[in-house]
Design a protein around this ligand. Structure first.
Ligand code: CA
Length: 224
């Protein structure tokens, strides 16, 4: 799952980004200053930082420089209200991978993010298990060349299982990764989703990959 930290003091902007990215299955945290971003970045490895330039305690440009000097290797996408060439060059010189001028459309933001991920290499963009293929950028799934339609949660669940092939994952791990912290451990929602997923990725095909390990969890078998 792609994890994103948004550093932006305009609550309307950060909420707009968070909602849009969460809807397509990204994991998004928000802070409103570099001061609050630092402990977050120590706690967790983010794939992408969306960084506003005009921030209360220090500029996004200086913060990007600081992070790069500490060898932060994730992507940095700058948000700027300034659109002169000088500002853009300054932003990129500070270690940002790309910048977006405010106001922007959500689709434009998404296109930039996808371009960054794509730039990093196609190998990260696809997960394969035999003929079961997940394209993490286009968010397509297919098996034996047949396209499979998944909901956002089903997609995240399958991605988690694909990243742990042949390993039994328990319900707690799935809940944490796919549903986050506000998950009710007594609900049967995981079992329901596993069943949905099984119907789509296994039932139409002769070889069954998704197994239940009674009392332990679930495993997606690796295709030899
Ligand atoms: Ca700002």
């Amino acid at each position: 799952m792609t994890s994103v930290l948004v550093v932006e003091d305009e609550k309307k902007v950060s909420a707009f980004i968070q909602q849009g990215l969460q809807e397509i299955g990204y994991e998004v945290d928000i802070v409103d200053s570099p001061t609050l971003a630092r402990p977050k970045l120590k706690e967790k490895k983010y794939d992408l930082l969306i960084l506003d330039v005009m921030l209360p305690d220090m500029s996004g440009t200086d913060f990007a420089k600081e992070l790069r000097s500490q060898s932060y290797t994730g992507f940095i996408l700058m948000l700027t209200a300034l659109s002169t060439t000088k500002d853009k060059i300054q932003g990129l010189d500070s270690g940002a991978d790309d910048y977006l001028t405010k106001p922007f459309e959500f689709d434009e933001l998404l296109a930039r993010i996808r371009a960054l991920i794509r730039r990093k290499g196609e190998d990260k963009a696809q997960l394969k298990n035999g003929e079961l293929v997940m394209d993490l950028i286009a968010r397509h799934v297919s098996r034996d060349g047949v396209k499979i339609e998944l909901t956002t949660k089903e997609f995240s669940l399958l991605e988690f299982l694909m990243r742990h092939l042949d390993r039994v994952v328990d319900r707690n791990a799935i809940a944490r990764q796919v549903w986050g912290t506000d998950f009710d451990p007594d609900s049967n929602v995981i079992d329901v989703y596993i069943n949905h997923l099984r119907k789509k990725i296994d039932n139409p095909f002769p070889k069954k990959l998704l197994k239940t390990v009674v009392g332990q969890g679930y495993v997606l078998n690796k295709v030899e």
